[in-house]
Design a protein around this ligand. Structure first.
Ligand code: DAH
Length: 341
C-alpha cells in the first residue's frame, strides 16, 4: 500500500503541473491516464492486493486520484472543441493591420545633419522670431533705410505695423544673439525665411536657411575657411573641393561666396553645376565692424565670422531635387523616398 501511495503522489504531481498546449497533447494525456490501459485503470487494478482492512481508505485515495485525473482532462477539453472545427478559430498567421508611420521631412533631415556637423566643433543652436522688426532684419545688419542692399531681397511687410517684416534671412538671429551681449558666441541658427517671389521650380516665397556666427578674440578668415571646409567634407565627402569667391554682403567685410565641386558630375559638367563644375552653397565673411559696434562690441577686441546657407540648396545638391515646390506640397510619394536616409 505504501508504494501504491507513493506512486499516486508522483502521478498527482505530474497531473498538477500538466498544461496541454493543444488538442494533441491533451489526447496523449487522456490515453496515458484515462485510457483502457491507462494509469488510473492500472492503479485501480492494484486494489485486489490491498488487505481488506485498508480497502476503505485505499478506495478513497484512489477515487480522489481518479477525480483529479479526470478533472484535468475536463479543464482542457475546450482544446478539442477548437481542433474539431474546420480550421482554428483565429488565424494567428494573418498579417496585422499596418499602421502607417510618418517619415522625417528631407529639409529637416538635412537641417539635423548640418546642426550635428557643427555641434562637433562647438556650435550650439539658437533661434529667433519669423516676424521680425526692421532693426534686427536690416538696420542693425549695416543696412539702414534706403540702403540699396535692401533691394537684394523682396520683403514681405506686415500690414499691422510698418516696422515689422517676415524675416528675409536668418541673419536676423545673429543680431538677436549679439544683443544678448554674452561673448564669446558660437551659434548655428536654422529657420524659415520669407521673400516676395513668384513661386516656381527655382524660387519660393518661403524657404529655409542656416546661419552660423562665431565671435571671439582673434577669430580670423582662416578659421572661417577651416570650419566651412570641415563642414563640406562631412556633408559631401572628403573628395569635395571648395573655392571662395569675393562677394558683397553689408554685414560682413570681407565677404565671400563659397562653391563646392559638383557632387553629381565630379566637375566634368552637368545640369546641376550648369556645366561649370562648381555649385554655390553659401555666403560668408568676417562680421562687419559696424555691426559689432551696433551691439556695443569693440571691433578692436573682438572679431567674428558669419555664414549663411540655404537648406533647400544643400538638399537639392545632396538628393538632386529639381523643383523647390516639392518640399511644401506634402506629397507622400515624394516625402517617403527619404525614409531610410
Ligand atoms: N543673409 C544672406 C542671404 O540671405 C546669407 C549670408 C551671407 C549670411 C553672408 C551670412 C553671411 O551670415 O556672412 O543671402
Amino acid at each position: 500500500m505504501q508504494s501504491l501511495q507513493e506512486q499516486i503522489k508522483a502521478h498527482e504531481q505530474d497531473i498538477n503541473s500538466f498544461t496541454p498546449a493543444d488538442a494533441k497533447e491533451l489526447e496523449e494525456y487522456r490515453i496515458k491516464y484515462l485510457g483502457t490501459k491507462g494509469i488510473v485503470k492500472q492503479i485501480f487494478g492494484e486494489m485486489k492486493n490491498v488487505p481488506v482492512e485498508q480497502k476503505k481508505e485505499a478506495g478513497q485515495v484512489l477515487n480522489a486520484f481518479k477525480q483529479l485525473a479526470e478533472g484535468k482532462y475536463e479543464e482542457f477539453k475546450h482544446l478539442q472543441d477548437g481542433a474539431s472545427q474546420k480550421g482554428p478559430a483565429i488565424d494567428i498567421t494573418m498579417p496585422g493591420t499596418e499602421l502607417p508611420l510618418g517619415t522625417r521631412h528631407p529639409l529637416r533631415m538635412v537641417e539635423n545633419q548640418i546642426v550635428s556637423i557643427f555641434e562637433k566643433i562647438g556650435f550650439s543652436v539658437a533661434t529667433g522670431p519669423e516676424i521680425e522688426d526692421d532693426w534686427h532684419n536690416f538696420t542693425s545688419l549695416n543696412m539702414p533705410e534706403h540702403h540699396p542692399a535692401r533691394d537684394m531681397q523682396d520683403t514681405f511687410y506686415v500690414s499691422q505695423n510698418p516696422d515689422w517684416v517676415l524675416r528675409t534671412h536668418t541673419s536676423s538671429v545673429q543680431a538677436r544673439i549679439m544683443e544678448q551681449g554674452k561673448l564669446p558666441v558660437r551659434v548655428l541658427c536654422p529657420g524659415r525665411v520669407y521673400r516676395n517671389e513668384t513661386i516656381s521650380a527655382r524660387a519660393h516665397c518661403f524657404f529655409h536657411q542656416c546661419e552660423g556666427l562665431y565671435i571671439d578674440k582673434g577669430v580670423s578668415f582662416a578659421d572661417l575657411k577651416q570650419a566651412l571646409y570641415y563642414f563640406v567634407t562631412e556633408m559631401f565627402g572628403p573628395d569635395t573641393k571648395v573655392r571662395f569667391r569675393p562677394s558683397y554682403f553689408p554685414f560682413t567685410e570681407p565677404s565671400a561666396e563659397m562653391d563646392i565641386s559638383c557632387t553629381v558630375c565630379g566637375g566634368s559638367g552637368c545640369n546641376l553645376c550648369k556645366h561649370t563644375g562648381w555649385v554655390e552653397i553659401l555666403g560668408c565673411g568676417m562680421v562687419h565692424p559696424n555691426m559689432l559696434r551696433n551691439f556695443g562690441i569693440d571691433p578692436e577686441v573682438y572679431t567674428g565670422y558669419a555664414f549663411g546657407m540655404g537648406i533647400e540648396r544643400i538638399t537639392q545638391i545632396k538628393y538632386q531635387v529639381n523643383d523647390l515646390r516639392l518640399y511644401s506640397q506634402n506629397d507622400v510619394r515624394f516625402l517617403k523616398q527619404f525614409q531610410s536616409q
